[in-house]
Each structure stands twice: as C-alpha cells, then as structure tokens.
Design a protein around this ligand. Structure first.
Ligand code: HEM
Length: 270
C-alpha cells in the first residue's frame, strides 16, 4: 500500500504503531506525507529482508520505531534499534538489513542546488528576442530536431516521429521557448507548463545528461535560422537562459522520478 495518508495542506496526527504492518517477506511501505520538498514514509521490513547498497539524491533521516537491524552507511555498520535516529546525507551509499521485523520512518528532504541568478542583462536580451521567436519559433525548433536527430540519432527512439512529421512537437517546443522568453523573469507564471513538460519528459525517460544535447542543438538552430540577428550577445544570453531552464526541468523531473519510484515500487527503497 503506497498511497499518501495525508496531504501537506492539512495538519494530521497518526499513531505509527497502529500503521505498522509486516509483510510475510520483503517490504511494505506507506507514504505518510509528501509534498514538493519532502516525503515521510513508514517502512515495515519482514525479518531478514535486505536492501542492497544504493544512494538517494535527497537527504534522508531514518527514525526506528521498533525491531532491530543493521544499516551500512558509507561502509560503516550502524545498529538500528527503537529510538535510533540516523541522518544520511544525499548521495551517501547505504545498505540495510532487518534482523527481526523492523519498522522505521524514512524522511526524505530536498536539498536543491543553489540556484544561479540570471543576470538582468540576460533577461533583457532574451526578452528582446521574444518577437522574433514568435515569428520564427517553429522554423528554429524544426531545425533543432533536424540537427539533433542527425547528430544524436539514438535519441530518436524517445520521440513520437509522427509528431515530428506533422509538426506538432516542433510547434509545442516553439511555444515553450517563446513562453520562456516572455516570462524569464516571472517563472511562477510558467509553473503549469513546466510541470506538464516535465511529466512528459519522465514518461519518455528523458535524463539530465540529455539537456546539454538539446541545448547545443537548440542554440545551433537559433544561430542557423536567425543568422546575423543572433549576435554574440544574443547567443551568450540564450546559453545562460537555456542552462537555467534546463536546471529547472532537471530538478522537477528528479522529483517526479523519485516520487514515482516510491509510489509504484512495492519494495520502495530508502
Ligand atoms: C529546456 C529544454 C526543453 C524544453 C523547453 C522542452 C520542451 C518540450 C515540450 C514543450 C514538449 C511537449 C510536451 C507535451 O506533449 O505536452 C516536450 C516533449 C518531449 N521532450 Fe522536451 N524539452 C526540453 C528538453 C528535452 C530534452 C533534454 C530531451 C531529451 C532528449 C527532451 C525530450 C522530449 C521528449 C522525448 C518529448 C516527448 C515528445 C514526443 O511525444 O514525441 N526534451 N519537450
């Protein structure tokens, strides 16, 4: 059972003892609460269950409710027993073994990288390109896919090629790029759009490593289509602006991937 017991906009209390349920074998997890930045999950591990070494991109805290086990954190063994509290820094490798039925609450919290502020100069330049992006947007994005599929053919597998052929996908990307240019200093207004795109990206298995590829091809396409209008200043501003947008998508997609993993896996791992 993995549905969240509470939402973050209403206060609630629960008796953890009442929620503990051990499976015959393996792990049963119950998400107590989750929001954009954190997730609290009750894990109930049947005796002898082992979780292989892995890492989490978020900071994590284990608070043991009952039972005993062993946590190997960054190569060090830590005995888990009721009342035990362990903080695991993001990316610290850890493995776990339940000696007897073991119940603990795992709290995951975001530790977002410090956001780089886009310079006012970049904002002004990017905004000044909005009219031409409105006019030439689809030409630019069509060119960008042409460059990308030629240079990085493997990425084709993630795309619906009929949406390329009929222009739907280039049109969607053009709208997104134009919207970003007009709202680069008011990202709140783009939240719904970013969320939709991020969900689509997760469905199509987009990974952080692919952002520089799209960035390279998009910038090249801007240069190709706009020619002399794409001055050095325009290209520098768009390079900075793209990186900032890519960071927003990567962070949002990471949250969606993590939430999906915690919800869908019957043996969600801390
Ligand atoms: C800042 C950069 C990016 C922007 C603005 C962007 C924008 C978009 C938009 C607007 C959509 C359509 C969403 C919908 O159907 O409602 C989309 C879909 C998609 N994007 Fe991106 N994207 C970006 C980066 C990437 C990257 C790095 C990849 C990796 C290859 C990627 C791969 C995809 C795929 C596979 C789809 C689904 C397309 C399909 O259904 O054929 N995108 N993106």
């Amino acid at each position: 059972m993995n549905t969240a017991i509470a939402t973050s906009n209403t206060s609630f209390t629960a008796n953890l003892q009442d929620l503990i349920e051990y499976p015959k074998s393996g792990i049963l997890s119950k998400v107590l609460l989750k929001d954009k930045n954190s997730q609290y999950t009750l894990f109930c591990l049947a005796a002898s269950t082992e979780i292989d070494e892995h890492t989490s991109t978020r900071n994590a805290v284990i608070t043991v409710i009952e039972g005993t086990g062993n946590l190997n954190l960054e190569g060090k063994d830590i005995a888990l027993a009721p009342g035990g509290f362990v903080f695991m820094a993001a990316n610290a490798p850890h493995a776990l073994q339940a000696k007897e039925n073991l119940a603990f609450v795992l709290a995951l919290s975001e530790h977002p990288p410090a956001k780089k502020k886009i310079s006012q100069q970049t904002i002004d330049i990017v905004k000044s390109t909005a009219p031409i992006l409105k006019q030439q947007g689809q030409k630019i994005t069509t060119r960008m896919y042409e460059i990308m599929f030629h240079k990085y053919p493997k990425v084709k597998a993630q795309f619906d090629m009929s949406a390329q052929a009929n222009g739907t996908q280039p049109a969607k990307l053009a709208t997104a790029v134009y919207s970003y240019a007009t709202h680069i200093d008011d990202l709140e207004a783009l939240k719904a759009m970013i969320d939709n795109i991020a969900h689509r990206h997760v469905k199509t298995h987009v990974s952080p490593e692919q952002y520089p590829i799209v960035g390279e091809c998009l910038l090249q396409a801007i240069q190709d289509v706009l020619g002399d209008t794409a001055t050095k200043e325009v290209m520098t501003a768009w390079t900075e602006a793209y990186q900032a947008l890519a960071e927003i998508f990567i962070n949002r997609e990471q949250q969606i991937y993590q939430t999906a993993a915690a919800i869908s896996s019957p043996v969600a791992q801390p």
